[in-house]
Write a protein that binds this ligand. Sequence first.
Ligand code: NAG
Ligand code: NAG
Ligand code: NAG
Ligand code: NAG
Ligand code: NAG
Ligand code: NAG
Ligand code: NAG
Ligand code: NAG
Ligand code: NAG
Ligand code: NAG
Length: 474
Amino acid sequence: MLRNLIILTFGGLALARPGLEKRASEIPAIPTKPPRGSEPGAAPTRVSDTVTRTTTHGPYSGTATTTGQEVGPTTLLTKNDGPPAAPTGNYYNKNGDMEAPFQLPFVPGGGKGVNGSHLPRYMVESDFDYASVSLGLHQEYIELDLFNHGVARFSEQDFLDAGLTAEDRTFLQFMATQEADHATLLTNMLGESAPKQCVYDYPFTTVREYIDFNVKLTRWGESGTWGFLSHLDSREVSTLLVQAEAVEARQQQIFRQWLGLPPMPVAFVPGIPQSWHWTLLAPYISYCPENNTRIPWQNFPQLNIRNLPNPNRVSPNDTKTDEVVGPRVADPSQSNLTDTESCVQNSTLGYDCSPAVAHNRSEPLTFPGRKLFLSWDEPGKAVGPNNSYITTTTAGEPKFVAWLSQINLTYTPLEITGQNEGWTWQPPNEVYQNNPAVNETVFLAVTDTDLYLTPFNLTLINPHVKALGILIAG
Ligand SMILES: *[C@@H]1O[C@H](CO)[C@@H](O)[C@H](O)[C@H]1NC(C)=O
Ligand SMILES: *[C@@H]1O[C@H](CO)[C@@H](O)[C@H](O)[C@H]1NC(C)=O
Ligand SMILES: *[C@@H]1O[C@H](CO)[C@@H](O)[C@H](O)[C@H]1NC(C)=O
Ligand SMILES: *[C@@H]1O[C@H](CO)[C@@H](O)[C@H](O)[C@H]1NC(C)=O
Ligand SMILES: *[C@@H]1O[C@H](CO)[C@@H](O)[C@H](O)[C@H]1NC(C)=O
Ligand SMILES: *[C@@H]1O[C@H](CO)[C@@H](O)[C@H](O)[C@H]1NC(C)=O
Ligand SMILES: *[C@@H]1O[C@H](CO)[C@@H](O)[C@H](O)[C@H]1NC(C)=O
Ligand SMILES: *[C@@H]1O[C@H](CO)[C@@H](O)[C@H](O)[C@H]1NC(C)=O
Ligand SMILES: *[C@@H]1O[C@H](CO)[C@@H](O)[C@H](O)[C@H]1NC(C)=O
Ligand SMILES: *[C@@H]1O[C@H](CO)[C@@H](O)[C@H](O)[C@H]1NC(C)=O
């Protein structure tokens, strides 16, 4: 300890005297730069250059030239509630012995694409793949725009006022370049008909609201990808998407940290069906370029959580009804609270919600047993690019609320209190003992049944979904 102190003191003295600064050593190196243009090994260009200006945003006021989802020539089944066939797999290894011939040295039998018999092709292999990656590309493009827009819209001082530094703002700018790379990758997997970047309509007016919106938007982007990855026909596409999604997941966690929330109070992140992803994303896409390809996934009616806990509050219990900045499904909580109500300037441990690597919250956002007051829209509303998609549902009478969090789907009964409104309560279930299932982001659906589903057959829920929403629990 004493030795460290002495070294520090000498360092400080040396710096204070011009001409005596400690210079770093020169080490062996070759002057080099990346190959460009027609040079061998040159990298392809990105679909989007680095944006350094403000771009157009706002609602769409025109009339759509076409409406509704892209559909196939026919639809084979309206729903499939099981019972499912017996499992197709039966491999079971009771002693750890390798029984099948090795394919290559140190390569046990099994697996796909590991013995050189398969030439990798990094392109979508089916309509399912195409539509999934198109949706993913819309997500990459809105993130690209949203991160750039955060830098353009909010000044260094705005960031400082929200407890973030100029370095954090520069880091946000870098996240936008990650999105340009992801958009380029996904465009290449689709080919010439890949969707192009659209114009977006955002709900926030302050840095806190911006971050709150980012927490939700990046979570549904991440969960949307986890939901379809293992169902893709192309394992090559899946491989690269995982490698992109690993970075998106880090972005999501960083936005939670910037909002002063526990960074990852869960052991698993849920995967959602594509139609859930599209339902949450579409309201924020204002309009798309002429001829942009259309999306086949469903848009469900919106589920409103009337008492969504406000993460800016010292006491989330005190959140008022509809304390959000606008009417759309993932609009952020209001940040214009009084100094005593707001946790941003509160420096007391357990209450401080300024940006940090990790915070404890003495008063949680939500807790098991907490009542949740809900209302939901009728179908038939125009949403999404050019207001050209229409919300639909095939569900019967609403009876349950499905809570999708971590790797579990839990149903609670829905108590109806009026036309399109009711309440339920947060379930106490655990994933494994001592890991409460409901924490962090929860996807909530009002359903007509409590069909038993697990992560790999979750999409069978869609014909039963009356309305869909998103909740930050914790
Ligand atoms: C979903 O998968 C689980 C097995 O993990 C099975 O028990 C359940 O019946 C399946 N649900 C439907 C509707 O097929
Ligand atoms: C090589 O792997 C493929 C699956 O990717 C499999 O069908 C084939 O039987 C394997 N060949 C050998 C020699 O193991
Ligand atoms: C959406 O609006 C844009 C801008 O007005 C227009 O160029 C495009 O063709 C429209 N697309 C549809 C599907 O109507
Ligand atoms: C859209 O498609 C039409 C018909 O193929 C074509 O004439 C038009 O140039 C396309 N517009 C754009 C912006 O690509
Ligand atoms: C929030 O409400 C719950 C349920 O009524 C209660 O148990 C808890 O003590 C409240 N929190 C605070 C800080 O008062
Ligand atoms: C806070 O902002 C909301 C809009 O986001 C507005 O409706 C409300 O009146 C504002 N409250 C205060 C106290 O300024
Ligand atoms: C933070 O909020 C708590 C709970 O209201 C309060 O007891 C504490 O005094 C506040 N701390 C500061 C520094 O305002
Ligand atoms: C944070 O919360 C945990 C669990 O409630 C508690 O054990 C821990 O002591 C808290 N940490 C601090 C620094 O207060
Ligand atoms: C949560 O999901 C896991 C994995 O599917 C399962 O093993 C566990 O039983 C589920 N927990 C509950 C409470 O349903
Ligand atoms: C959610 O996680 C946070 C952070 O670990 C913890 O303080 C809180 O009690 C958890 N909520 C529930 C319902 O378990």
